[in-house]
Design a protein around this ligand. Structure first.
Ligand SMILES: [Zn+2]
Length: 72
């Protein structure tokens, strides 16, 4: 499953599924994203991740390493 990892200027970051598995342009995602914590629109950074399997902690672990998965 493809996911966006999106970070807000307030420091909040989260993963959200990519609709239909068709990622939008980075510029569009950054512009359209809205933070669920502070409500601000326009994100500071985003990445596209491939999340395999159902382990909810996998994405968190990957974020901790600062590495992007290369297999998407
Ligand atoms: Zn925010």
């Amino acid at each position: 499953m493809l996911q966006y990892w999106i970070r807000c200027r307030c420091g909040h970051h989260d993963l959200t599924p990519v609709p239909n598995g068709q990622p939008r342009l980075r510029a569009d995602v950054l512009r359209l994203a809205r933070c669920s914590r502070c409500g601000m629109q326009a994100a500071e950074d985003m990445r596209i991740l491939w999340k395999a399997g159902g382990n909810a902690f996998e994405g968190v672990h990957l974020m901790g390493t600062g590495e992007l998965r290369k297999d998407w």
